[in-house]
Design a protein around this ligand. Structure first.
Ligand code: DP6
Length: 327
């Protein structure tokens, strides 16, 4: 019997310029470029053990056996690793998050980033950061960005792309910003990102406009990050999120990720900004509102968001490291 085992950690990321929609060609290629910040303080920890004694892959999430859908996505990634390593051993995957999945922080991004790193290390593959990012991207696009620390970008897929990896734009120490998450609901979301974006791309009359407009927003966000200029990139961050949601809302039937508290929180961010507390909102495939602000303003923004009707609690997150092997 042969056993090979490694553990890796990865952090969630929040896109400041959103990815929403896949290309009709290639494999899991994003239709638009995106840029995110990888967050410290919250992590997924994943151990992969290739064991010749197993006859199928096994997955436990936070100590409980996973459902078939999650296991299918994990096997999909492991199959690529096995093909490259030239063996067929099945694996036991034990993954846990130290943050609640209902916090609205993309747990699939940190999950597949940690899985890619742990699986390649356990298989004794000498994979570069680019290869690991591409491997994670093939299962979940946003996971490609969690491979990298700090600020990471992923360009749109092009016809003929066999590989596509995220790149670091700037290190975590480049810019002292914070993301304040205003949690507006406990419990899982209604429509997952993969299904939501597919439905949007196929049925929304706004999807072509989104794909055409997103690159400009991405460029503004990128320039603002490089210049450490919150006032410059903030409006593009908000437009990217609101345009993404406008496309989903206009789908047939429309997907509304928001609740009343989401709208209250959006209005509060803008009101606080007018009063001099500078923050810009972004929203993922769920009802929570995330506020990008200066690191020194994080506590004040969190206190202001906690006063908003329907906001249950806040989480303050700051730029963190990329995915890595821990043992
Ligand atoms: C709204 O990466 O979860 O968080 O590629 O189908 O796994 P798949 O989708 P996923 O979508 C993330 C969407 C988003 C925006 C973003 O992270 O850029």
């Amino acid at each position: 019997m042969s056993i090979k085992s490694k553990q890796a950690v990865a952090h969630p990321n929040i896109a400041l310029a959103k990815y929403w929609g896949k290309q009709s060609f290639g494999h899991n290629l994003p239709a638009v470029p995106s840029l995110s910040v990888t967050l410290a303080g919250m992590q997924t920890s994943t151990r992969v053990t290739f064991d010749t004694g197993l006859d199928k892959d096994e997955l436990s999430l936070n100590g409980a056996p996973s459902g078939e859908v999650e296991l299918g996505r994990v096997t999909n990634l492991l199959d690529r690793v096995r093909a490259r390593a030239g063996f067929q051993d099945r694996a036991r995957v034990e993954s846990s998050n130290d943050f609640p999945t209902a916090s609205g922080l993309a747990s699939s991004a940190s999950a597949f980033a940690a899985l890619a790193v742990a699986a390649c290390a356990a298989a004794e593959l000498d994979a570069s950061a680019e290869e690991l990012s591409d491997l994670a991207r093939k299962t979940s696009v946003s996971a490609a960005r969690s491979l990298l620390g700090g600020f990471a970008e992923l360009r749109a897929g092009r016809e003929g792309d066999e590989t596509l990896a995220a790149q670091q734009v700037a290190a975590p120490t480049h810019w002292d910003i914070a993301i304040v998450v205003a949690v507006t609901r406990e419990g899982p979301k209604d429509v997952g990102s993969s299904d939501g974006m597919k439905h949007t791309m196929v049925t929304s009359p706004y999807s072509a406009a989104w794909v055409a407009a997103a690159p400009k927003m991405f460029e503004l966000v990128r320039a603002g990050v490089l210049a450490r200029d919150l006032t410059k990139l903030g409006p593009a961050v908000e437009q990217s999120a609101l345009a993404m949601h406008a496309g989903a809302i206009a789908a047939d039937p429309g997907i509304v990720y928001w609740t009343g508290a989401t709208v209250e929180a959006i209005l509060a961010v803008r009101k606080n900004r007018a009063l001099g507390l500078e923050g810009y909102l972004t929203i993922d495939a769920g009802p929570h509102v995330k506020v990008l602000t200066r690191g020194s303003d994080a506590e004040a923004v969190a206190a202001a968001m906690e006063k908003v009707p329907g906001v249950l609690r806040t989480i303050i997150a700051r730029p963190g490291l990329g995915a890595r092997v821990v043992s």
